[in-house]
Design a protein around this ligand. Structure first.
Ligand SMILES: Cc1cc2nc3c(=O)[nH]c(=O)nc-3n(C[C@H](O)[C@H](O)[C@H](O)COP(=O)(O)O)c2cc1C
Length: 165
């Protein structure tokens, strides 16, 4: 098994973080990995808003359903897609996964927090997210002490099919 496959197998959503701030250079590296994700017709209809101020993180945590742990993170990427671009959601999700794996490789834990079909208008106002952008998801980030226990995953033989169902 190579190091990258090992990293994928070891990754968990991390919701408990230490107080150690993430260096700007590391945050930029994470977003850079998102920027390089595949994108339908290479439109790259995304903007990544990095939030590190404690007060803002606490406010986002209050506003976003199932995102209370964002208050304990040291950074949160607000991943936004350009409204009107057909494949914006897929594009943003692929960027998110790139960032999740890049973060892991840099020792930073992360958790994807959904925004679609949730009321995130309060976050839009808090962060001045322009009306032409849709908040697709949040990515909480932080250094962590222990990798969470593995979640149950379906076995390969239960999900893989060859040639035909
Ligand atoms: C589309 C999507 C939406 C998610 N939304 C949330 C969320 O709102 N809050 C949360 O705590 N975790 C959220 N997660 C993280 C999942 O709960 C997590 O990936 C799942 O439990 C599997 O655990 P693992 O990531 O450690 O393998 C989301 C993940 C995905 C892919």
């Amino acid at each position: 098994m190579n190091d990258f496959i090992r990293l994928i197998k070891d990754r968990r959503s991390v919701r408990e973080y230490t107080d150690r701030p993430i260096e700007k250079r590391i945050l930029e590296e994470i977003v850079d990995a998102g920027r390089l994700a595949p994108s339908a017709r290479n439109i790259q209809p995304w903007k990544f808003l990095m939030v590190t101020e404690k007060g803002k993180l606490s406010e986002i945590a209050k506003q976003v359903e199932w995102g209370h742990f964002i208050k304990d993170s040291t950074a949160c990427v607000v991943i936004c897609g350009e409204k009107g671009v057909k494949r914006r959601v897929e594009d943003c999700c692929l960027a998110a996964e790139n960032m999740i794996l890049a973060a892991k490789s840099l020792g930073v834990g992360s958790c994807y927090v959904a925004a679609l079909q949730k009321d995130v208008e309060g976050v839009r106002n808090l962060l001045n997210v322009p009306e032409n952008l849709e908040i697709v998801c949040f990515l909480s980030l932080g250094y962590f002490e222990k990798n969470p226990e593995p979640h149950d995953k379906k076995e390969l033989e239960d999900v893989i099919h060859w040639e035909s169902f």
